[in-house]
Design a protein around this ligand. Structure first.
Ligand SMILES: Nc1ncnc2c1ncn2[C@@H]1O[C@H](COP(=O)(O)OP(=O)(O)OP(=O)(O)O)[C@@H](O)[C@H]1O
Ligand SMILES: [Mg+2]
Length: 504
């Protein structure tokens, strides 16, 4: 079995890798690192969550020359959140070598970025728009650059970033090497490779019979549009995800589902391209730290985002194309963990489901809609788990006197049942407002091109363009919460459901 030290990596980087808890290289790392160390161009394709970041991050750190003062490596990513995450991972890999990586993304104060750039980071990670902005202002110079990575390269094509990328690449020295990484490499990527890469580029594809990770249990539920939200709540009650991501098609959808979940006592927050960067950062931090357990998102969170503990992904709306499906469900089942992905499909979207299955070469198992009774039982089982957990882990001595008193007066079965009832979140019927959306039009999808068509008018500066979250989102902020009432008295908020907290 190949070890990191067999790949020609120096001690300080090996130490950093070991600090990160990586014991041995993943296949994409094993195959890519030597090629990248040689300075050759490469296209790397491997399933979601299999360590592509370190596959380019480790050789980049290895090749940085600390005696040079300019930017030596540039990583371009499609979203701000991914930029932040990739920069964090590179800072970890370069920790002992003291290599500085700086994230550069739209929505963040440009003055602060200029200040940080003056500290001379050796590596930049950024979104195309903001990088270009700095290049135009001459606050970033790439005269000493020797490595460029396009992470999620196909997505940057979909988003119409090609012209920005061309402009960026036109400002770097002739002598450089380029790496493209993604879990999906539709045919359109070929023209990108022809334009930007050397002919002797290496294509590294980690062989897998399916495009998706086998450890993700993939299912679909056939639902009516109007049933979707209630079915979602029942599934959450039964499956009790550790952390879950729910993908919706539009920004409005994300706002509505987030509000509705909170009204029903779940702890959810939403993310999409219309939120300020501060809000986006806050939401991601809350979700990463587990302060909310449900992230409701447009596809803005589908690519590359790595959050441990995401046990379930729900496609509240079936994704527009198979690539989007692969990336969305790939937010779970990462780094060898298991995961569950459930896709809601209305009867007119069957063609879409079939297209996804064809491209991923994986069948989704049908699932029947759980009943309210199933949901109640699911909740009771969760309550029982909490009780058992407390019996095993908590100091219960101070409760024994009262417990003995109860046992002398009541039957043990009733006492346990009452305790369980106290911890059980009974099905919540609080009215919520979810505006129905039209099913996907099956004619829209062309499976050949691989993803959404390139549309340069959709380009946005430094962040997500408005296109794929659809709708007319700018007016969503003042939406009334509908005739729900009674949302303030929830006591079953998920974040307050631990046994200890509820006892108090
Ligand atoms: N060699 C390794 N051993 C153990 N864990 C690893 C290793 N390499 C990476 N990881 C971890 O695996 C997780 C997924 O890695 P990463 O985000 O790089 O995946 P990816 O292939 O880029 O996925 P995506 O296609 O979704 O972008 C991260 O938490 C990372 O820290
Ligand atoms: Mg990645």
């Amino acid at each position: 079995m190949t070890k990191f030290k067999d790949l020609g990596i120096e001690t300080r980087t090996l130490k950093a890798i070991s600090d990160m808890g990586f014991e041995e290289p993943t296949p994409i790392q094993r195959d890519s690192i030597p090629v990248a160390l040689e300075g050759r161009d490469l296209i790397g394709q491997a399933q979601t969550g299999t360590g592509k970041t370190a596959a380019f991050g480790i050789p980049i750190i290895e090749k940085i020359d600390k005696d040079e003062s300019g930017v030596q490596a540039l990583i371009v990513t499609p979203t701000r959140e991914l930029t932040i995450q990739v920069a964090e991972e590179l800072n970890k890999i370069g920790n002992h070598k003291r290599i500085r990586t700086l994230p550069i993304y739209g929505g963040q104060h440009i003055g602060l970025q200029i200040k940080a750039l003056k500290k001379r980071p050796q590596i930049l990670v950024g979104t195309p728009g903001r990088l270009l902005d700095h290049l135009n202002r001459k606050t970033i110079r790439l005269g000493e650059l020797n490595t460029v990575v396009l992470d999620e390269a196909d997505e940057m094509l979909n988003m119409g970033f090609i012209d920005d990328i061309k402009s960026i690449l036109s400002q770097i020295p002739e002598e450089h090497h380029t790496m493209l990484f993604s879990a999906t490499m539709p045919k359109a990527i070929q023209s990108l490779a022809n334009q930007f890469m050397k002919e002797d580029r290496e294509i590294i594809r980690v062989k897998a019979s399916e495009m998706t990770v086998t450890k993700i249990d993939q299912r679909y539920v056939k639902v009516h549009e109007r049933e979707k939200f209630d079915v979602l709540c029942r599934l959450l009650d039964i499956q009790a995800p550790e952390l879950a991501i729910i993908f919706g098609r539009t920004k409005k959808r994300v706002d509505e589902v987030t509000d509705a979940l909170n009204k029903r006592g779940y702890s959810a927050d939403g993310i999409h391209g219309d939120l300020t960067q501060q809000k986006r950062d806050r939401v991601m931090k809350k979700f990463r730290s587990g302060r909310v357990d449900i992230l409701v998102a447009t596809d803005v969170a589908a690519r590359g985002i790595d959050i441990s503990g995401v046990s379930h992904v729900y496609n509240f709306d079936i994704p527009q194309d198979p690539e989007s499906y692969v990336h969305r469900i790939g937010r779970t089942g990462r780094a060898g963990n298991t995961g569950v992905a459930i896709t809601f499909m209305t009867s007119r979207e069957f063609d879409h489901l079939k297209t996804i299955e064809q491209i991923t070469k994986k069948r989704m198992e049908p699932m029947t809609i759980p009943s309210t009774d199933d949901a109640i039982e699911g909740q009771q089982r969760m309550a029982a788990d909490q009780l058992i957990n407390a019996i095993k882990n908590d100091d219960l001595d101070s409760y024994h006197n009262v417990a003995d008193e109860l046992l002398s007066q009541y039957n043990a079965r009733d006492i346990v049942a009452a305790a369980l009832k106290g911890y059980t979140k009974e099905p919540d019927k609080t009215p919520v407002e979810i505006t129905p959306i039209k099913p996907l039009d099956s004619k829209k999808r062309s499976s050949k091109g691989g993803g959404r068509p390139y549309n340069k008018n959709n380009k946005g500066k430094g962040g997500r363009p408005p296109k794929r979250s659809g709708g007319k989102p700018s007016q969503q902020g003042n939406r009334s919460s509908g005739g729900s009432g009674g949302s303030g008295n929830r006591q079953n908020n998920r974040s307050h459901r631990s046994f200890k907290q509820r006892v108090k």
